[in-house]
Design a protein around this ligand. Structure first.
Ligand code: SF4
Ligand SMILES: [Mg+2]
Length: 281
């Protein structure tokens, strides 16, 4: 049993009032309480950015990686103890800028991690520079004439790179996000949740109002095991309608997509580190 007070740290959140990070924090804690995640069964990893403060506000063992590097750190934790629920918090700059290479290869290897992307479409901690998710034409501190580049589509990239659970959420809907985080963790393989997270201080375009006018949920007739359809629907982000929910969930583990061989070998070795060292070093 985990209670909200078990997760409390001495540090009150210092995000700007109204920041989307606050509801991602709330949704994660609610999922942790519902599922009994605590220090005995869960580890958290973050990169660098406003999202990284999350680790100061949730009392579960955690590690903040270098900028863009939370995915390899989390992979190492999972390899060392595959019984842990391992969550990665990362920003759009952290994940697709500095960490773009790691993102592709973590998807390709399909490690059993849950990745929550705090996607505010710019670098917020450094006060509002263009990130790989910034819409084309948006004026930011680093692109005063407007961003000349096309943004990355996180879901399309995750699907074609090999992730087997791919979802989009909106930070303003905590209930749905809590449910998605729970389902993502239940999935055996890499789970990606791209969370549209308004930065109220530096992104005056992608506001709560902007999202509320455009978002809708994939209906019950949508089949998330259809990878081609998932890819097609992921591209709707480029239109005026923004679908939310689980786009792709392989569930039945595809051949060759199973949690890695190394993890299975690790379990067989019963985490005997001497044995592992002798084998690999
Ligand atoms: S700068 Fe933006 S992302 Fe960072 S805490 Fe403030 S509102 Fe949130
Ligand atoms: Mg960002």
């Amino acid at each position: 049993m985990t209670s909200m007070s078990d997760l409390k740290t001495p540090h009150p959140p210092n995000w700007c009032p109204g920041c989307g990070n606050i509801s991602i924090w709330g949704a994660f804690k609610q999922a942790a309480v519902n599922q009994g995640w605590d220090n005995t069964n869960t580890a958290l990893v973050a990169g660098i950015g406003c999202h990284g403060h999350m680790l100061n506000f949730v009392k579960i063992t955690s590690l903040e990686g270098l900028h863009g590097r939370p995915l390899p750190v989390a992979t190492g934790i999972k390899l060392a103890n595959q019984k842990l629920n391992v969550f990665v918090f990362t920003g759009d700059g952290d994940c697709f800028g500095e960490g773009g290479n790691h993102f592709i290869h973590t998807c390709r290897r399909n490690h059993d991690l849950t990745v929550i992307i705090h996607d505010n479409s710019l670098y917020a901690l450094t006060t509002g520079q263009t990130s790989p998710r910034t819409p084309q034409g948006l004026t930011t501190k680093s692109t005063p004439q407007g961003n000349p580049d096309e943004p990355i589509n996180p879901l399309s990239l995750a699907i074609i790179s090999g992730a087997t659970f791919v979802a989009r959420a909106y930070a303003g809907d905590m209930e749905e996000l809590t449910d998605l985080i729970t389902k993502a963790n239940e999935h055996k393989g890499l789970s990606i949740i791209d969370v549209l997270q308004p930065c109220i201080s530096f992104n005056k375009s992608l506001t709560h109002d902007f999202y509320r006018e455009r978002i809708y949920y994939l209906g019950s007739d949508y089949d998330p095991t259809d990878k081609d359809e998932a890819l097609a629907r992921s591209r709707e982000l480029e239109s005026d309608r923004i679908p939310l929910g689980i786009f792709y969930n392989s569930d039945a583990v595809e051949k060759g997509k199973e949690p890695q061989k190394a993890l299975i070998e690790n379990e067989a070795a019963d985490r005997d580190l001497d044995k592992l060292f002798r084998k690999y070093i």
